[in-house]
Design a protein around this ligand. Structure first.
Ligand SMILES: Cc1ncc(COP(=O)(O)O)c(C=O)c1O
Length: 339
């Protein structure tokens, strides 16, 4: 019989349920559930624009950031055009490319888990309509620095839209982190993609947004489903933005736990590269397949890419301790089998 799942660490979700103030706002909105939401999600758009300090014509919202990404592809890709992305990446990108009939162009990550910006640039041609960059990257957590991003954007031809997926940006720290929204004036072919699913812990409510030049945003909005953003989710976003300080503290805790997990795993003999998302990435040749089996036995659901890597979402302290115990066991068994 399979071990029951005790800790869900496979989808880079927040370990925290909604704050009481967010729950109350959702409950109030549920009382109006017999009413349609807005035909066009103007309130949500304005809310996000004010919070991001941009004009509303620079904001496109959608059903999760994945929904906004699909709207973008629908807006700019025709069947047979190419969509380039580093591989491995977030599983949705090949699926979204297929949904719009695009030719997928996966470009291998560098051996240290970075998106290979030179190889991505070399893969762009007259057929390419979109290149996806994920920053921080999923699944490796690697970071494209501000300098590297600027150099990349300077070299992308204007007929290619850069989809800069910043789903995990709130978990990144340090001076090298790009200020992507500040680049929008210089690059009308840039869409910065963000979400309320990760740091804001609202994954089930499906709210994401893109920041871009007004012309690009207008094209993306044409792909927005009428009545497509639900009112309960909008209420949750409004309440979350009011509670931003509390939510930021939660993010800080996740970041501190990520660093603790990393340090402890290194002390157990695992090789851990610096990660900037809400996850830790372990890669072959470390014994990741054995690690995945040990985690499953301990009731920990992690994301296992067989023979390649293991992505561990940073969970609650007790979930992270369960990870450490299971992965310490793998090392102990390995050491025992060597002696
Ligand atoms: C890089 C990346 N982008 C986007 C998403 C999806 O986010 P959303 O829930 O906003 O659709 C994920 C989810 O795991 C992700 O890893």
């Amino acid at each position: 019989m399979d071990t029951p799942v005790l800790h869900r660490l496979a989808l880079n979700e927040s370990p925290y349920p909604p704050l009481p103030s967010v729950r109350e706002a959702m409950q109030r909105a549920v009382e109006q559930a017999h009413r349609y939401p807005q035909f066009h999600p103007d309130d949500l758009t304005e809310l996000i624009a004010a919070w991001c300090r941009v004009t509303p014509d620079r904001v496109a919202v959608g059903s999760g950031s994945v929904g906004v990404a699909l709207q973008l592809l629908r807006a700019v890709v025709r069947p047979g055009d190419a969509v380039a992305y580093a591989w491995r990446t977030f599983d949705a990108y090949p699926l979204l490319a297929a949904m719009v009939g695009a030719h997928p162009v996966p470009v291998p990550l560098s051996p240290d888990g970075h998106q290979d910006l030179g190889a991505l640039l070399a893969a762009l041609d007259h057929r390419t309509r979109v290149v996806v960059l994920c920053n921080p990257h999923n699944p490796t957590g690697s970071l494209v620095t501000a300098d590297a991003l600027s150099a990349f954007l300077r070299q992308v031809p204007p007929h290619v839209t850069v989809l800069l997926d910043e789903a995990y940006v709130e978990f990144a720290r340090g001076t090298e982190l790009p200020d992507a929204p500040a680049l929008l004036d210089a690059y009308p072919n840039l869409l910065v993609l963000r979400t309320f699913s990760k740091a804001y812990g609202l994954a089930a409510l499906r709210i994401g947004y893109g920041l871009g030049a007004a012309g690009l945003v207008q094209r993306i909005r044409r792909q927005q489903l009428p009545f497509g953003i639900n009112a309960v989710a909008t209420a949750a976003v409004r309440a979350s933005l009011r509670a931003e300080r509390e939510l930021r503290l939660r993010v800080d805790t996740v970041v501190a736990e990520r660093e603790r997990l990393g340090r402890e795993l290194v002390s157990l003999g695992w090789r851990v590269r610096p990660g900037h998302a809400n996850s830790v990435w372990l890669a072959a040749p470390d014994p990741i397949d054995e690690g995945a089996a040990a985690l499953a036995d301990a009731g920990v659901q992690a994301r296992h890419y067989a023979g390649e890597g293991l992505r561990l979402t940073v969970g609650s302290r007790s979930a992270n301790d369960a990870v450490l115990t299971a992965l310490a066991g793998v090392r102990l068994r390995q050491d025992a089998s060597r002696t």
